[in-house]
Every structure is written in structure tokens, then in C-alpha cells.
Design a protein around this ligand. Structure first.
Ligand code: CA
Length: 465
């Protein structure tokens, strides 16, 4: 949770000078003692609830580290079971508010900066649990700095060599997600971070440097965008999304909405996205001919995701599952759209929004049978009961829809955190207002916040050039 705070206190007759601590009359522009300007200062506060992590964060703060890649807190304090971290704020942006894709040179620059900063932290004995977009702040000159770190521990001396890989998988998957679907080489380069190719962030940073020239000329395609957001109420984002160029003729897009609480839902949705992309890519190598064969490829990929999650859940002894909506976009603009659960795909054609998928939920069934209206379904007490999910049973039935897309069409895939908060006519209006897909998905997420932001929200928007 982030808060903006200022030192403007209209309730107080005096204002304290930041330079010399002198109290001055509130209306004065300069300090009477040291003549420093008495301007209003703004601060960004971030709060955390996980009490087990407080001591590590306080130990990190006590080091007062200075590094161009770090946005170091000026204060850290506990209040009502929360730990607050305070940084001076002068209009920086949050990486959380950025939609993918980013231009390839920006992804590489981001990777280099973050890897370099983690290498510095290791040198000072600080290890992180992970790196996510929530840890990144964007300065007004577009440079990115780490802040509000997820500190694992602070040790004496350097982090030992064998413990320097811990942050790399999360860094790699974050960077990979910002890669354009066409940036296949860059995506597979980032996947190397997962495979243990690099011994440390420093080694990864050096490898990135070599790649900068090779990749930096690639532009981001402005026809598609993806974004996920935790919402305003929940502490955990269990949604996930991904895209993958399977071959020169096929691209895959996925949105998954996991369920099962901590270490359940977020694992299920991540496994679903990863498995469906990997299996589809493998099957596509045989170049199946005809739509029936491609439907089979899609079904295989869904079943593989299903069984992977089921296996994982049984091994861990907990319940987890996920919804899944996915589009296989083929050359000639034929698309197969498949879904399980209540994450949806919509087609936007000639400024009109059409729902492609059908929800596998109790209320959707009740609407189909005429028991309740679509309007009543939105607020029905059983609106969250799903009839089908991925990962809960051994076999899963999937619905597949064939869609012939036309130039100018757009396909929106989203979790119920979007459509549950924003009515279809408002979705349509937003999509018709913002032509840039990265802006459109941000506006859709904002609209979900305005609707209440009760759930995680994930949006993938794909335009047909
Ligand atoms: Ca949801």
C-alpha cells in the first residue's frame, strides 16, 4: 500500500524549517534564521504488514546505503502492526502503473540497473526475497530505482558467492514479462536467468551489457499491451498473464486468475501460464495442419496445465486452481479462443464490445436458464462460485471458440477483477477512447479501482494491425 503525504499543516500556525529546525510563522516564504525557502515537501510512504519481515527491513534501513540505483528511505517506523518506509517524493512514477511491453532497450536498461543495484546490496550483506515491479520507482528522467525492498536478511560482510542467485529468477521473470511478444530472442535470453545460467546478478548484468547492442534497435509494437494489478483491497495478486510467439505463424496470449490463498492461487496461475506456453510451443514445432489439429494443440496445452497444477497441489497437500482464458492467434488473423472459469475474452469490432467466452459459473448458468438477469448476476451472493477450474480435477473440459478477426479488431482478455467492477458499456467506452493499448489497459485498471478494486485485475489487449 502506498500513501502520499505532505508537510503542509494548515492546522498549525507555524512551519518548521527543514534546514535548521526553526519554527517560522506559517505564512513566511523563507526561514527567519537561515533564510532557506520554506517550501512544502512531499513524501511517499509504503506500508507492510508481514511482521516477520520488519526486522530485516529495519536492519537494511540502519545501513543507510547510498547508491544511484537505490531510493533510500529517510525514515522507517512501526505503527499499528504496520511498518512504514518513507522516501521524499517529487513526482516519481511507480513501475506498477506501467503496462507491458516496454521497448527492448528499456527492458535491457532496467535489467542492468536492477542487477547492478542487487550486486551492490550483496556487497553490503543485504539479500532480497525477490524483485517485483512493486519494488521499482521511476524517476522523472525515466531512470529506475529500487525502493521498498523485500529484504530477506542482512548479514555480516558480503553475501557468499553460492547465495547470490536467489533474486535472479524473480528478476528474470519480471523482465521477461516486459518483453514484447515479438522480442523472442530477448525473452529466451531472460529465460536463461531462470535456468541458472548466471552465477550472480553481477554476471547477469555483464551478459546484459553484451546484448545491449544486439537488442537495442528493436521497437516495441504498439498494438498490444498487458498489465496486472493487485487492486485496492487484497494484499496478494493471484492473477497472472503471459504471451509467447510460438512460431512465425502463431502467437499465444494467456490470462489466469488463481485461487487458493497464499502459495496457492499465485502458484496455480503462474504454473498455468508457464505450462500452457511451453506445451503449445512444443506442439507447434510439428506444425499441425488445419483448425481441428490446432484445437487439439490448444486442448493438450490446457490439459498439461491442468495436470501440472493438480500434481503440484497433491504434492503440497493444498487446494489450488485457476481460471484460464487464452487466445491462439494465427496468420491470416484466424483466432482460437479457449477458456475455463470466468476470466473472459471480448472482441471489439467497429467500436462495439462482444463477449466471446461464456463463464463457467453458477450465476452464468442461472442467467442462461432465465432464473436471474445479467444485472442481478453481478451482485448475486454466489457470483464467485465457479463450475469449472483448471487444476482441481484430473480432466478439464475446455470451451474453444473460432473467431475470424479483421484488421482493426481488438481482443480483450481479462480476469473478473475487471468485468466485475466495470460494466460492459464502460469497458467499451474506455476502449473506444484510448487508441494506444498501453494507455487503454492502464485506464481499464484505473476503472476497476474506481469500481471498488475489490479483486486483482488483469488485462491483456491485442490489436489486429
Ligand atoms: Ca478474481
Amino acid at each position: 500500500m502506498f500513501y502520499l503525504a505532505t508537510d503542509a499543516r494548515p492546522d498549525r500556525p507555524t512551519r518548521r524549517c527543514w534546514e535548521c529546525d526553526t519554527e517560522n510563522p506559517a505564512k513566511e516564504g523563507r526561514c527567519a534564521r537561515c533564510e532557506a525557502p520554506l517550501t512544502t515537501r512531499r513524501f511517499l510512504l509504503s506500508s507492510r504488514w508481514d511482521a516477520a519481515s520488519f526486522a530485516a527491513y529495519e536492519a537494511y534501513h540502519a545501513l543507510r546505503l547510498e547508491h544511484p540505483g537505490l531510493f533510500t528511505p529517510v525514515d522507517v517506523f512501526r505503527d499499528r502492526n504496520q511498518l512504514f518506509s518513507v522516501v521524499p517524493y517529487s513526482g516519481e512514477g511507480l513501475m506498477l502503473d506501467e503496462a507491458a511491453p516496454l521497448p527492448s532497450d528499456r527492458v535491457l536498461d532496467l535489467g542492468q540497473r536492477v542487477a547492478g543495484t542487487i550486486a551492490f546490496l550483496h556487497h553490503k550483506g543485504v539479500r532480497l526475497k525477490k524483485v517485483t515491479p512493486a519494488n521499482l520507482i521511476i524517476s522523472r528522467d525515466n531512470s529506475v530505482r529500487l525502493f521498498d525492498l523485500d529484504v530477506l536478511d542482512v548479514g555480516e560482510g558480503h553475501v557468499p558467492d553460492e547465495a547470490r542467485q536467489a533474486e535472479l529468477p524473480s528478476l528474470g521473470s519480471m523482465l521477461r514479462r516486459y518483453c514484447d511478444v515479438e522480442a523472442v530472442d530477448l525473452q529466451s535470453f531472460m529465460a536463461g536467468v531462470w535456468d541458472g545460467t548466471y552465477a550472480s546478478p553481477a554476471a547477469f548484468g555483464r551478459a546484459l551489457e553484451k546484448e545491449l547492442d544486439a537488442f537495442s534497435s528493436m521497437p516495441a509494437t504498439p498494438t498490444l499491451a498487458g498489465m496486472t494489478d493487485v487492486g485496492l483491497v487484497r494484499q496478494l495478486n493471484e492473477d497472472n498473464w503471459g504471451w509467447r510467439k510460438l512460431s512465425s505463424r502463431a502467437r499465444l496470449f494467456v490470462v489466469a486468475d488463481g485461487m487458493g490463498g497464499h502459495d496457492g492461487g499465485e502458484v496455480a496461475s503462474a504454473l498455468a501460464v508457464e505450462t500452457i506456453c511451453r506445451i503449445a510451443e512444443e506442439r507447434e514445432k510439428a506444425r499441425p495442419v488445419g483448425l481441428d489439429a490446432l484445437e487439439q494443440l490448444f486442448d493438450d496445452a490446457f490439459q498439461a496445465a491442468n495436470n501440472t497444477i493438480k500434481d503440484h497441489a497433491e504434492a503440497k497437500g493444498n487446494d489450488m486452481g485457476t481460471t484460464l482464458v487464452s487466445m491462439l492467434l494465427l496468420e491470416g488473423n484466424t483466432a482460437l479462443v479457449a477458456n475455463v472459469g470466468d476470466s473472459r475474452a471480448y472482441l471489439i469490432r467497429d467500436r462495439e464490445l462482444h463477449q466471446v467466452t461464456r463463464d463457467h459459473s453458477l450465476v452464468a448458468k442461472m442467467v442462461e436458464r432465465g432464473r436471474i438477469t445479467a444485472e442481478e448476476a453481478r451482485t448475486h451472493p454466489h457470483s464467485n462460485i465457479l463450475l469449472r477450474t483448471v487444476g482441481t480435477e484430473r480432466d478439464v473440459d475446455i470451451d474453444i471458440f473460432r473467431v475470424d478477426l479483421q484488421p482493426g479488431d481488438r481482443v480483450l482478455m481479462c480476469s473478473d477483477g475487471l468485468w466485475g467492477e466495470v460494466e460492459d458499456r464502460d469497458l467499451q467506452q474506455i476502449l473506444n477512447t484510448y487508441a494506444d493499448p498501453r494507455v487503454a489497459v492502464r485506464e481499464l485498471v484505473k476503472a476497476a479501482h474506481h469500481g471498488g478494486g475489490k479483486d486483482n485485475v488483469t488485462v491483456v489487449l491485442v490489436g489486429i494491425p
